[in-house]
Structures are given as structure tokens and as C-alpha cells.
Design a protein around this ligand. Structure first.
Ligand code: GDP
Ligand code: MN
Length: 377
């Protein structure tokens, strides 16, 4: 789960990590008020969206008077940054920047620990640094049973600074950040850039945090900040209806009973050159209402061109499933080609019932897969 910069900075501030003073604003007027409240010579106005590269997109601007605040806030509010529409800006005191650095903490599966990533190439897109000059990124694994000791924190600080005066500020900052990362079950904490100001202070100018969704249940203060994307909304709706659904962006909508079979179905579609639109486990039942709901979910995905229904009748009998499908499709209007593969208890009876319907009936899994991929073309 992502949060906005201003929200990440609130977490930072609550852990004693230095950030600029600022206000989040939803209108130009609020931005002007914020500027007056700050009472500074120079302010920075920053788009708040769940994506990076705002600076490059024109979403970060300096303003030295009310007119400039008005102009920039007016331009940034409503701006489209990589598909995200800006509905809030952060108005902060602008700092005088001497130099910019990069730092982040993230889990590393290989070392089974959190690692610090540090680079003197701050402010830049870190993926570019990693690709072109990987030697400029220092990676430091932190033993989770020991934590970030004073010595380790200094080692991290020395990766960025040669001058002891900055190391002395950065080391405790890193320890606070590590504590925040661990205590809030973050999956990423990033400062890009961490800066040295004109007054020789080490300050986090930008802040990015993402959180482990599986740990949100124990962090109501984080979950409260959840702003789902359209895809996430759909996934949540599906969950509320008792489905397990993940959107994957392909063209073949899948409706399957059982998570294992659903995974195998997606693998098979890929193998035959198609792209699954989703993972969907409808659970075991032939209940037509459930099928209608699942079908609505698939049809609401504009990428879907073909639906593949793959059902294994174990306890549920295939003839019951076939009846359920026929009932369900009386309630759904669609020209979408539908491939159905039924197997298991009473499969012959089930297929018999589907004869003469508009469904494309397959017997084996690979037959169904090929049919769906071909229909998609
Ligand atoms: P991002 O582009 O989404 O990563 O947004 P950042 O918060 O990192 O800002 C982008 C760039 O704007 C930074 O690298 C800085 O160069 C500049 N910037 C941001 N805040 C300030 C500030 O307070 N003062 C100055 N002088 N520049 C700033
Ligand atoms: Mn940044």
C-alpha cells in the first residue's frame, strides 16, 4: 500500500526525522493561506500523487510570492502525472540545497534482511543509476536480530558523507528511519533526495513509503490512509463478494473453482500464447448468483475479449454446474465468446446439457486453452 509524500513525512516527523514544515492543500486558496502561514521567502509546491518523477513532470515548483503560489498551485492541481490526477499539493518551506543524496530501506530476500541502499547520486532516478553506474550504489544488509547498531548506522552514513559533521546527523536519522521501517511493517522507505542544506543540516526533502498489505491489520493508522486505485477497488469489491480476484491486464478472463486450478489455467493460457486478464477463484459451488456476480466482474474489465470457465466438479457435480451456468447466462447479456471446460463428477451429463448452447465446450484443459487463445485472435 502506498501513501503520499506528506503522509510519509508525518510518519518521519513522528519518529524525529528532520523534514520541512508544510501544509497539504486541496485548492489554490488553501495554498496561498499555507504560504502566508509559513511566512517564508521561498516555498516549494509539490503534487501529491502515488507515483514518482513529479519534478520532471512539472509537479514540483518553487514560489517566492503569493502570485507565484497561485500560478503554480493552479497549474499543478488537476495535472495528470502518469495517469494520476493531482487533487492535493504540499506547500513547504523551500530549502537551500547544497547537495542531494539517495537512501532507501527495503526487504532483501537474498540476505533475509532489510538492506540500506545508499548513493551519492541523489535526486536522480535511482533505476538509471542502478543500470548505468551500479558501483555508485552501496548496499548494506542489516541483521534483523541485531538491528541498526551505532556502528552500522555510521557505516551507512559514511557511504554518503566524508565530513563527520554530516555523519553525526545522518547516523541517528538512519536509526530512526530503520525503527520506523520495522515498526510499521513498511516494504519500502525511501528518501530521494536526502539533502545538505545551506545551514549544513541533513534533511529529508522527499519521502516515500509503501507498506506490506499483509500486515495492515495491525496498523490501523496506516490503513486509514489507504486510497485504492480503480483496480484495487475492484479487487476489494470481489473480496467482499467472497471471491479471490487479482487483475492482471490480459485479454482472457478466467473463472475457475479452486486457487490451484486457477493458477494452472493462467499458466496454460500463457503457454499457448495468450494473456490471462485475471486470477479468479470462485470457490466450490454451482450457485448461479455467484456465477452471475463473477461474470459481471469479468465483463467490467474492458480488456477482456474471451471468458474461459474452467470447473472441476469434485463435490459439486458437473451437471449442477452446467445448470447453474445456463441459469446464470439467462441473466447476463453479452456477445463475449465463452469457453467452458467441465470435468469431474457427472462431466458427461454436464456437457450434454451444454450442447446446443452458445458456449464453446471443451473436454480437456489444453483444448479449452487453445480455444480461448484462438477466439481471442
Ligand atoms: P520527485 O521528482 O517526485 O522525486 O520529487 P522531489 O520531492 O524529489 O523533488 C524533485 C526535485 O525538486 C528535487 O530533487 C529538488 O532538486 C527540487 N526540490 C524539491 N524541494 C526543494 C526545495 O525545498 N528547495 C529546492 N531548492 N529544490 C527543491
Ligand atoms: Mn524524489
Amino acid at each position: 500500500m502506498k501513501v503520499h509524500e506528506y503522509q510519509a513525512k508525518e510518519f518521519f516527523a513522528s519518529y524525529g526525522i528532520p523534514v520541512q514544515k508544510g501544509f497539504v492543500c486541496r485548492t489554490v486558496e488553501e495554498a496561498v493561506d499555507a504560504f502566508k502561514k509559513l511566512g517564508v521567502e521561498l516555498a516549494v509546491i509539490k503534487a501529491q500523487v502515488h507515483t514518482g518523477g513529479r519534478g520532471k513532470a512539472g509537479g514540483v515548483k518553487l514560489a517566492k510570492n503569493v502570485d507565484e503560489v497561485r500560478t503554480h498551485a493552479g497549474n499543478i492541481l488537476g495535472m495528470d502525472i502518469k495517469g494520476f490526477i493531482v487533487d492535493r499539493v504540499l506547500v513547504c518551506e523551500a530549502l537551500d540545497i547544497k547537495s542531494e543524496y539517495y537512501m532507501s530501506i527495503l526487504p532483501d530476500r537474498k540476505s533475509k534482511s532489510a538492506i540500506f541502499m545508499l548513493s551519492r547520486e541523489g535526486g536522480m532516478d535511482i533505476e538509471t543509476v542502478a543500470k548505468e553506474t551500479p558501483e555508485k550504489i552501496v548496499k548494506l544488509p542489516i541483521d534483523p536480530t541485531v538491528g541498526l547498531t551505532d556502528a552500522k548506522a555510521r557505516e551507512a552514513a559514511f557511504a554518503l558523507f566524508d565530513d563527520m559533521k554530516y555523519v553525526k546527523q545522518a547516523a541517528p536519522l538512519f536509526q530512526k528511519l530503520y525503527r520506523l521501517f520495522v515498526e510499521k511493517d513498511a516494504s519500502l522507505t525511501e528518501i530521494n533526495p536526502l539533502v545538505i542544506t545551506g545551514n549544513d543540516e541533513v534533511v529529508a526533502i522527499d519521502a516515500k513509503m509503501t507498506f506490506d498489505n499483509n500486515a495492515l491489520f495491525r496498523h490501523p493508522d496506516v490503513f486509514e490512509l489507504f486510497e485504492p486505485t480503480e483496480d484495487e477497488k475492484k479487487e476489494q469489491e470481489a473480496k467482499d463478494k467472497g471471491f479471490s480476484y487479482v487483475n492482471l491486464g490480459g485479454e482472457i478472463g478466467c473463472m475457475v473453482n479452486g486457487a490451484g486450478l486457477a493458477m494452472a489455467t493462467m499458466d496454460m493460457i500463457k503457454l499457448y500464447g495468450g494473456n490471462p486478464a485475471n486470477f479468479l477463484d470462485i470457490g466450490g459451488s454451482s450457485n448461479p448468483t455467484k456465477i452471475v456476480e463473477a461474470m459481471k466482474l469479468l465483463l467490467s474489465d474492458k480488456n477482456v475479449k474471451v471468458v474461459l470457465i474452467n470447473i472441476f466438479g469434485g463435490i459439486t457435480r458437473c451437471d449442477d454446474v452446467a445448470k447453474g451456468l445456463i441459469e446464470a447466462f439467462k441473466l447476463i447479456e453479452t456477445d463475449m465468446p465463452i469457453v467452458i471446460r467441465l470435468t469431474g463428477t457427472n462431466e458427461n451429463e454436464g456437457r450434454e446439457l451444454l450442447k446446443g448452447t452458445k458456449f464453446h465446450v471443451a473436454t480437456t484443459m489444453s483444448e479449452a486453452g487453445h480455444m480461448a487463445v484462438d477466439l481471442c485472435k
